[in-house]
Design a protein around this ligand. Structure first.
Ligand code: NAP
Length: 281
């Protein structure tokens, strides 16, 4: 028998590599319809077509694409709005009770980058891009998602439909260095401390509406992250030898799947996930 496809519609930013790619794959596997975003348009199209093949093999009754790419910088308003608009056009308004165009009911705020070194030693020319992506981009997406989800929850309430019938989630990928100070990556960690604070703030703001806002904080995960951040191969090899095996992106993706699969009255709001032998930070 075919597995039952989930009725949920997700958005995953940063889905051409690493953790975002693994999350998009996991959500497509359990039957979400998924908008994927990243800046490399060609690579994003390839990911969409690969995931569509997987999803259509699993859910053959689907007539149309289940995974749709929206290329662009996730820290920009225009890209964020395009993700929601494309979702509405591609997948309809989901369970929305009225005409409120809130198709997406699970937003994964993942796009981000690291930076080798501390406040004292890191490459200052990269600070602004990192802060824009990790902090401003995350805030913009959380805000857009929150406003749309609250509007949709209010529409539901008007027609007597409970939030319990329609789970809504914002899941943010922070970092272990956004909870425990690592002096060696304190500039990147600073952005993730900010993400940590914003996410908990939005959780407190949206909880009364039945909207779950979750922070997932991984330790070392092998991905394109190390190259983009500027860590030397020998340094990362040393980390792997000392505390490995380090996490794979799929290890983090399973946590996201776990959070989203909970019944609507259950909120696993914080997950810190490290390689077993990572003692610090
Ligand atoms: N790897 C780790 O050890 C680790 C640990 C803790 C937390 N994290 C966090 O996990 C998240 C994902 O990291 P990762 O390890 O998967 O890194 P990754 O392999 O480098 O992947 C990052 C993804 O984000 C996309 N991206 C970067 N900037 C973007 C932007 N401005 N707009 C849209 N997409 C953007 C990249 O694609 P394009 O280049 O195509 O845009 C790529 O798909 C980040 O928030 C990171 O801080 C990572």
């Amino acid at each position: 028998m075919d597995p039952a496809a989930s009725s949920r519609i997700s958005l995953v930013t940063g889905a051409t590599a690493g953790i975002g790619l693994a999350i998009a794959k996991e959500l497509a596997r359990v039957g979400h319809r998924v908008i994927i975003n990243a800046r490399r348009a060609e690579k994003l199209r390839e990911v969409a077509s690969e995931l569509n093949e997987l999803a259509l093999a699993r859910f053959p009754k689907s007539a149309t694409a289940r995974v749709v790419p929206v290329a662009g910088d996730a820290s920009e308003h225009a890209t964020i709005e395009a993700c929601f608009d494309v979702a509405t056009r591609a997948f309809g308004t989901g369970h929305g009770a009225g005409d409120t165009p809130v198709g997406i009911d699970a937003v994964i705020v993942n796009a981000g980058r690291g930076l080798a070194g501390s406040v004292v030693t890191s490459d200052e020319s990269q600070w602004e891009e990192m802060v824009r992506t990790n902090l401003i981009g995350a805030a913009r997406l959380m805000r857009t998602a929150a406003l749309r989800m609250v509007a949709s929850a209010d529409e539901d309430a008007k027609v007597g439909r409970s939030w319990r019938q329609h789970p809504r989630d914002i899941v943010v990928i922070g970092s272990v260095v956004g909870r425990h100070v690592s002096p060696f990556s304190s500039m990147y960690g600073g952005t993730k401390f900010g993400v940590h604070g914003m996410t908990e703030g939005v959780r407190r703001e949206l909880a009364p509406k039945g909207i779950r806002v979750t922070l997932i904080e991984p330790g070392f995960v092998v991905s394109e992250f190390q190259g983009v951040a500027g860590y030397k191969d020998e340094w990362f090899q040393g980390v792997v030898e000392k505390i490995g095996p380090v996490l794979q992106p799929e290890d983090v993706a399973r946590s996201v799947g776990f959070v989203l699969a909970q019944p609507s009255h259950v909120h696993v709001s914080d997950i810190l996930i490290r390689p077993t032998r990572q003692d610090y930070p």
